[in-house]
Design a binder for this molecule. Structure first.
Ligand code: NAD
Length: 482
């Protein structure tokens, strides 16, 4: 029988007052319902905020090392359950197994990282201008943090918000995306078992327009951290700032890899293919534009097409590339493939649903390459969120830089080059929050800041590493005369 999972509010597992649930299907086999989740209301969300408000003072004054102990213990529990969590990610989101296992490990590592940070937090001391005075700056928690997260990294993204929020002494209300919420409830279970006090974390599943909206509007929440599409994120930003809250939004991308004339076409094709087709093209940092010098263009395209056509597509447990996460995501990708054809781009690989027994049922799409793409085409400007890469030809490095920046987004950008000067110019001039030399646009280290420029981010605060703690802390300056 299909399991029905409850919300986690004030340390209890509770059903929604609506009595309604939502089914999550397996994108590799949509007739299989993986689990049912609460289709919660604004009233359920408000109850969660009340619990977080009530728990705030006590958690804020819990010693940092004790908060860190709970985070470490939760990470250890998740490590013991890594196989189950990986199964859940493959079944709900459709990820290929190694990608799912890597994402679960990232969440575990983030808990362990912020467990140490929780003990280190405190502030700084400065030399005062007079004798017999202590002058110091304390870092205090902001209060109740509202976290709203997307489906594409269903465990890593909630945890990279949750762990610094808890480490710094905030209480949390969290709404995961409806496509793959199971792993967030597993995280809540691990924190509960690790001894997290009641009300410190509250997870409510349901629609963004009711649960997410209530978290943002409710006067009990002090800070809003949102990751998702630019369209929704920009509305959330306005709404949260109008309500006087601290807000960060991390949004979509249209990430380029610039391939210069000194690049080895085979190496460049490896970098672009892994960036574009990894996680079925469903990464915010996924490569969706290859901007290629005309001298290496033909060789590069041949190598890239070869890689696209050799990817083994099928159920994530035993294939290299899994399905898209839902029917609407698949339709979105297929629509963009038609748009690119209508715009006059040349379809060089893929372009449709794959054939074969293994892929009959799920939301599969072929790894797709378009060539002869011009920068003003929609396929070169808009986020596709599927395994589709547009190849644009440029005649020199300067034009390559111009095309790199010729989009509204600015999340991740990479260059493939043997020329040190070009590499440095790219680092200087690429308008992106993450810039890489001779590496794919995807893949992040957990201990350095992450965030975008332009429409990819509110550009207010960064996530991850030390920067990740800044959003969840506020400074108090103390002048203590004695
Ligand atoms: P989405 O914007 O549709 O949804 C994100 C979350 O917001 C979900 O939990 C959703 O339920 C909620 N939501 C929807 N409407 C809301 C509303 N009116 N009020 C409050 N909450 C609301 O995004 P998605 O489809 O889940 O995720 C894919 C998008 O996320 C892509 O654009 C991708 O680039 C982006 N993304 C960005 C990053 C980053 O760090 N920059 C990371 C991962 C994904």
């Amino acid at each position: 029988m299909t399991e029905t999972r409850a919300n986690y509010v004030n340390g209890e597992w509770v059903s929604s007052e609506t009595g309604e649930t939502i089914d999550v299907e397996n994108p590799a086999n949509p007739s299989e319902v993986v689990a049912r989740y609460q289709q919660s209301s604004a009233a359920d969300a408000a109850e969660a905020v009340d619990a977080a408000v009530d728990a705030q003072d006590d958690w804020a004054t819990t010693p940092g090392p004790e908060r860190g102990r709970i985070l470490r213990e939760a990470g250890t529990i998740l490590q013991e359950r890594k196989e189950e969590l990986t199964d859940s990610l493959v079944a709900e989101e459709g990820k290929a197994r190694p990608e799912a296992a890597g994402e679960v490990q990232r969440a575990i590592d983030i808990f362990h990282y912020f467990a140490v940070k929780a003990a280190d937090l405190g502030g700084t001391t400065k030399s005062p201008s007079v004798r017999r005075k202590n002058l110091y700056i304390r870092q205090e928690p902001v209060g109740v943090a509202a976290l709203v997260t997307p489906w594409n990294y269903p465990i890593a993204i909630p945890v990279w918000k949750l762990a610094p929020a808890l480490a710094a002494g905030n209480t949390v209300v969290l709404k995961p995306a409806s496509q793959a919420p199971g792993v967030v409830l597993d995280v809540a279970e691990a924190l509960d078992e690790a001894g997290l006090p009641d009300g410190v974390l509250n997870v409510v599943t349901g629609p963004g327009s009711t649960v997410g909206n209530e978290f943002i509007e409710n006067e009990g929440t002090d800070a809003v951290s949102f990751t998702g599409s630019s369209h929704v994120g920009e509305m959330v930003y306005e709404q949260a700032t109008d309500a006087g809250k601290r807000v960060q939004t991390e949004l979509g991308g249209k990430n380029p890899t610039l391939v210069t004339d000194s690049a080895d076409p085979a190496e460049a094709a490896d970098i672009v293919a892994t960036g574009a087709f990894g996680t079925t093209g469903q990464s915010c940092t996924g490569c969706s534009r290859a901007i290629v010098h005309e001298d290496v263009y033909d060789d590069f395209v041949a190598e890239l097409v070869d890689r696209a056509e050799s990817i083994d597509v099928g159920p994530g447990n035993d294939h290299e590339m899994g399905p898209q996460a839902s029917e609407s995501e698949l339709e979105g990708t297929l629509d963009y493939i038609e748009i690119a054809k209508d715009e006059g781009a040349t379809l060089a690989a893929g372009g449709g649903r794959p054939e074969g027994e293994a892929v009959e049922e799920g939301y599969y799409v072929e790894p797709t390459v378009f060539t002869d793409v011009e920068s003003d085409m929609r396929i070169a400007q808009e986020e596709v969120f599927g395994p589709v890469v547009a190849v644009l030809k440029v005649s020199d490095f300067e034009e390559g830089l111009t095309v790199t920046n010729d989009v509204d987004y600015g999340l991740s950008a990479s260059v493939v080059t043997d020329d040190h000067t070009e590499a440095n110019r790219f680092v200087d001039e690429a308008e992106a929050g993450v810039v890489k030399v001779n590496e794919k646009t995807t893949g992040l280290e957990l201990h350095v800041p992450f965030g975008g420029f332009k429409r990819s981010s509110s550009e207010t605060w960064r996530e991850q590493g030390d920067a990740g703690l800044d959003f969840y802390t506020i400074e108090k300056t103390v002048y203590d005369n004695y």
